[in-house]
Design a protein around this ligand. Structure first.
Ligand code: NAD
Length: 321
């Protein structure tokens, strides 16, 4: 019999791609989300539109002993959503409720294997002040001091998953994602991340236009292409190791360099205009020492490859408008 898998947050960027991958692998998949994937058809066998803050719905959708559950639903977005402070209450309340409900529903059905998507945003701000030398090793998490409420909720929830692992013997797996990007994700609704926003700005600019960059653009990040994220996620979930572990790229670039790469892909030369905007930490990079050691895995593609595919998709969306 094929594996029975539940993906919550299946209408989002990572969830919709994960459903595709699980279907390619021959699994039976139920997806759940507030919405269908916006930019392509879901490949799930069964897709439930519903609100995971509702405990009753969570009990209904976990109606069997799934072989694997991937909990990806969260009230989230890029810097423009997470770092303005305007959405803090919703971010904390909504995502915590989802995690409380899903964990309990899975425990009641005796589901054993559950993957939780935490985030690099849970790492302490004080280790990410130097753009050239951020520390995001897994064991640098404490004393905790995330720079956003989004990060605090992730930290709380990953601890709750780990507590269910210890007390109820669930095969919990926790990954800390670092900036996952790719086609079929938010690119203009205010929840988009830097790679999608940069692709949109470059694709929409007319010759001679300036493109806006938040801050001085010297803040650093690393970005992981969606296919590599799925590879790491499935490897971790199907391993016998709990984590938490970083799933990210260690090819760190500044936001100015990211803009240059997108312009190079597009074959365009535009001027950068630095403006005020929500920024987040000064530097962040995935430390992949632990995942290499435990799972023998590291991303294999350079950032440029993933950016090319993402730019191609976003340019098409811009042209179709
Ligand atoms: P996304 O916003 O594209 O997907 C999240 C999905 O959750 C959305 O489709 C949304 O509708 C759904 N959702 C939100 N509230 C819900 C509710 N109450 N009931 C049902 N569904 C609800 O985000 P993503 O990039 O696919 O991220 C997936 C997970 O990975 C999230 O938990 C996110 O915090 C985590 N993560 C992502 C990144 C990244 O760079 N993409 C980085 C770190 C962590």
């Amino acid at each position: 019999m094929s594996k029975q898998v539940l993906v919550t947050g299946a209408g989002g960027l990572i969830g919709s791609h994960l459903v595709r991958k699980l279907k390619e692998d021959g699994c039976w998949v139920r997806g759940v989300d507030l919405k269908y994937p916006e930019f392509w058809e879901t490949m799930a066998d069964d897709f439930v539109i519903g609100d995971l803050r509702d405990q009753g719905l969570c009990k209904q959708i976990v109606d069997r002993r799934f072989d694997e559950v991937y909990q990806l639903a969260a009230d989230m977005g890029g810097a423009g959503f997470v770092f303005t402070g305007e959405h803090d209450a919703d971010i904390m309340h909504n995502s915590a409720l989802i995690n409380l409900n899903i964990l309990e529903a899975c425990w009641r059905r005796n589901v054993r294997r559950i993957f939780y998507s935490s985030s690099a945003c849970m790492y302490p701000e004080y280790n990410q002040m130097d753009p050239d030398n951020p520390n995001c090793a897994e064991d640098s998490a404490y004393p905790a001091q995330p720079d956003s409420e989004y990060g605090w909720e992730k930290l709380f929830s990953e601890r709750m998953y780990l507590a269910f692992h210890r007390n109820y013997n669930m095969d919990v797996r926790v990954a800390r994602y670092h900036n996952i990007f790719g086609p079929y994700g938010s690119w203009k609704d205010g929840r988009e991340k830097a790679p999608a926003a940069m692709c949109r700005k470059v694709a929409m600019a007319k010759d001679g236009d300036e493109i806006e960059i938040w801050g001085d653009g010297e803040q650093t990040r690393s970005f992981l292409y969606i296919d590599e994220c799925l590879e790491g996620t499935l490897l971790l979930t199907r391993s016998d190791w709990t984590g938490p572990v970083n799933i990210g790229s260690d090819e760190m670039v500044s936001i100015n360099q990211l803009a240059d790469m997108v312009m190079e892909i597009a074959g365009r030369k535009l001027t950068k205009k630095h403006v005020e905007g929500p920024l987040g930490v000064r530097g962040r990079n995935s430390d992949n020492t632990l995942i290499e050691q435990k799972l023998g895995w590291r991303p294999s593609q350079p950032l440029l490859k993933g950016l090319e595919k993402t730019y191609e998709w976003i340019e098409k969306q811009v042209r179709a408008q």
